[in-house]
Unconditional design. Structure first.
Length: 157
């Protein structure tokens, strides 16, 4: 049973990687798509991340499908750690120490905390998104360019 599950997961990962490598565009266009998706995926705009990433990819002339796929940096497994980290970064940058402590925020007090909570989360998201988008964009570019070069050398002996 576990062996079959592992084979299924391996097959899905292979198909996903093949899909990524087969995307249209230059390495730069594909990397800009990844970068736009990662940037938008770091913000807590559930339901809008994909739309925003495709719009940003259009502005940057990046790959739209890779932009949409890269928003999955935030997913049900990473929501809490990602947005907790973003909040911590925003709180450290605002730095006046008067923001709400995360352990004091509950569903009922979230509306009362309002701007204090939201400003820290959005500022932290912007900083984290910028850093991750740059890093992932550069990494994606290098990987896509390397893959393109190796594909050319193997197809032309």
């Amino acid at each position: 049973m576990a062996r079959m599950l592992l084979k299924d997961v391996q097959s899905r990962v292979r198909r996903a990687m093949t899909w990524i490598w087969d995307q249209e565009g230059t390495p730069g266009q594909r990397a800009r798509g990844v970068s736009a998706g990662v940037f938008c995926g770091c913000f807590p705009f559930f339901g809008l991340q994909i739309i925003l990433s495709v719009g940003m990819a259009s502005l940057l002339r990046g790959n739209h499908l890779l932009a949409a796929a890269a928003t999955l940096i935030s997913n049900p497994f990473t929501y809490v750690p990602l947005y907790w980290f973003n909040y911590q970064v925003g709180d450290a940058l605002i730095g006046n120490g008067q923001g709400p402590a995360l352990n004091s925020i509950s569903r009922s007090t979230l509306w009362e905390q309002g701007w204090g909570f939201s400003s820290r989360l959005l500022l932290g998201s912007a900083v984290v998104a910028t850093v991750l988008a740059i890093l992932m964009g550069v990494l994606a570019f290098l990987v896509f360019r390397r893959n393109q070069v190796s594909a050319k050398t193997t197809s032309h002996p």
